[in-house]
Design a protein around this ligand. Structure first.
Ligand SMILES: [Zn+2]
Length: 445
C-alpha cells in the first residue's frame, strides 16, 4: 500500500455537507481518497506535499471532445457547421492514419492535463490508437468509437470496429483507465439500421451512447422533413434513448424533447465555445435545469474551439447564459464549478467514483496555484472569493498540478507522462502531411 498526504491545502470538495477546508489535508491511499481533514502534521501518512497557497479541487471532467482534432487547429475557421463539416472536416479526416490519431491524441491529452482535466469523453475512429495515447498520458478516458453509416478512413464497417474495441476493453477500466463507450455520430450520419445496431450493442454491454443531438436548427429541420419527428423523438422511437445517453449540444430541443430527455435520463454536454464559433445557437440552460436534466460543460474539438482551456470556456459558457436570461443570479460561481465536476461525473454515470473530493472516491485532483497576478488579492479563507477566483479569474495557466488515480501526472506545470517537445514535433509532422495533401489546406500552410 502506498500513501501520500497533501497538507496546507485550500480544498473545495464539491460535497454539500462539507464544501470547504481552508487549511485542509488529504490522505491518498493508493488510488483512493482515504481522508479529508484540517491539516495536522502528526496524522500524515507517506510522502508529504505542501500545497500552501494552492487550491485543491476534484479533477475537472470534459464530457465531449475529439482528441484527433489538433491535426486541424487553426484550419477552416469562420465557417457554418455543415459547410465546415461536409466540405472541410470530413474530406480532411479521410487522410488520417492510426499513427496521426495517436500523435494528435497525445497532444490533446497534454493540453487537457494542462487545463486540469483528469477525465474526458472522446468520440472518433482509431479508438485503439487513441486509447494507447490516453493510457500513456495517465488520464481517465471514456472512449467512444465513432459509428457512421459510411466508411471511415479506418474501416468500411465502423460498427464492427467499434464492437471489437468495446469487447476488448470492457470491464478493464479500473486497470487501464479506459472506459469503452459507443459513438453514433449523429442522426444525419447514421441510418436507422446503424442506430438500431448501436442500441442493441449498448444495451448488451450497458455502454454510454455518446452522440451529437440537435446541434443546429438545420439538423432538426432535415429530421422533421425525413421522419416527421425531431431528432430526439426519432431516437426515442428507435429505442436508442433507453441506453445511457450522453447528448452533446442539445441546443435545439423543445419542451416535448426535454420531457423525453428527463424520462430517459439523457445527459447533456454543453459546448459553449464550439457553439459560438459555429453559430449553432444557445443552450436553453434554465429550461433544461427546470426539467431536472443533468448538464455538464465541455470543450468539443480543437477544430471548433481551438483550445482546451476548460476554465475559460466555463466562464464564457455561464456568462452567455446570464445574458440570455438577463439574469446575473442564474448561476453562482459554485454552481458553475459543478458543471465540470460533480454534474459532469453524473453525465458519465460516475458520480459515485469521481467528481468530488470524498472519502472512498478515486483520487483525481486538480490543483490551482494562486501566485499569478490574475488570482490576487485572494483571501484563501473565504469560500466565495476562492470559488469566484477559480471560475472568473483563473485559466489553464493557473493549473500547477494534476493527480489522476492517486498519481501525479502533472507537477509544478511539467507533465510527468508526456514529453512536450516530442509530442509537439510528432503531431506537427502528422498535421503537415495531412494538410499538404489537400489543396485548400495546403494553400494555408
Ligand atoms: Zn463534437
Amino acid at each position: 500500500m502506498s500513501y501520500k498526504t497533501l497538507i496546507n491545502c485550500t480544498i473545495i470538495t464539491m460535497e454539500e455537507s462539507s464544501k470547504f477546508f481552508p487549511d485542509g489535508m488529504i490522505i491518498i491511499r493508493d488510488n483512493i481518497i482515504e481522508s479529508i481533514s484540517k491539516t495536522n502534521i502528526s496524522d500524515t501518512k507517506g510522502e508529504i506535499f505542501d500545497m500552501s497557497g494552492k487550491i485543491v479541487l476534484p479533477g475537472f471532467i470534459n464530457t465531449h471532445t475529439h482528441t484527433h482534432s489538433p491535426l486541424f487547429r487553426g484550419i477552416a475557421d469562420d465557417l457554418y457547421l455543415m459547410d465546415w463539416l461536409k466540405n472541410y472536416m470530413w474530406p480532411a479526416e479521410r487522410f488520417i492514419t492510426a499513427e496521426d490519431a495517436y500523435n494528435a491524441t497525445k497532444l490533446s491529452c497534454l493540453e487537457l492535463t494542462e487545463a486540469g482535466i483528469t477525465t474526458y469523453a472522446d468520440q472518433f475512429y482509431y479508438s485503439e490508437s487513441i486509447a494507447n495515447a490516453a493510457i500513456e498520458s495517465g488520464l481517465r478516458a471514456f472512449i467512444a468509437p465513432t459509428v457512421f453509416t459510411n466508411p471511415s478512413p479506418e474501416t468500411d464497417n465502423t460498427f464492427e470496429e467499434a464492437r471489437k474495441f468495446i469487447e476488448k476493453h470492457i470491464n478493464k477500466s479500473e486497470e487501464t483507465l479506459i472506459y469503452p463507450c459507443i459513438g453514433p455520430h449523429a442522426i444525419y450520419s447514421c441510418n436507422k439500421n446503424t442506430l438500431v445496431d448501436v442500441r442493441d450493442l449498448a444495451l448488451e454491454h450497458d455502454l454510454i451512447v455518446h452522440i451529437h443531438i440537435s446541434e443546429t436548427i438545420d439538423e432538426n429541420d432535415d429530421c422533421f422533413k425525413n421522419t416527421g419527428m425531431s431528432p430526439t423523438q426519432y431516437l426515442n422511437k428507435l429505442g436508442v434513448l433507453k441506453c445511457k445517453t450522453l447528448a452533446a449540444h442539445s441546443i435545439h430541443i423543445d419542451e416535448e424533447d426535454r420531457k423525453i430527455y428527463r424520462d430517459n435520463n439523457v445527459k447533456v454536454s454543453y459546448n459553449p465555445v464550439s457553439n459560438l464559433k459555429l453559430v449553432s445557437g444557445y443552450l436553453n440552460y434554465k429550461e433544461l435545469k427546470d426539467s431536472d436534466i443533468d448538464i455538464s460543460l465541455a470543450l468539443d474539438g480543437v477544430q471548433s474551439n481551438n483550445s482546451f482551456d476548460i476554465l475559460s470556456d466555463l466562464k464564457t459558457g455561464i456568462l452567455i447564459q446570464k445574458m440570455k436570461y438577463n439574469d446575473p443570479t442564474l448561476l453562482s460561481a459554485y454552481d458553475a464549478l459543478k458543471l465540470i465536476t460533480i454534474e459532469a461525473a453524473k453525465c458519465l454515470y460516475m458520480e459515485d467514483k469521481i467528481g468530488s473530493i470524498k472519502v472512498g472516491k478515486f483520487a483525481d485532483l486538480t490543483i490551482i496555484d494562486t501566485s499569478r497576478a490574475n488570482m490576487n488579492p485572494l483571501h484563501l479563507e473565504s469560500f466565495n472569493m476562492v470559488t469566484s477566483a477559480i471560475v472568473y479569474s483563473a485559466n489553464s495557466a493557473d493549473v500547477s498540478d494534476v493527480i489522476v488515480n492517486g498519481e501525479f501526472i502533472y507537477k509544478d506545470r511539467i507533465s510527468l507522462k508526456l514529453s512536450r517537445d516530442k509530442v509537439y514535433s510528432e503531431c506537427a509532422k502528422s498535421s503537415k502531411r495531412i494538410l499538404s495533401s489537400i489543396s485548400y489546406f495546403s494553400e494555408k500552410i
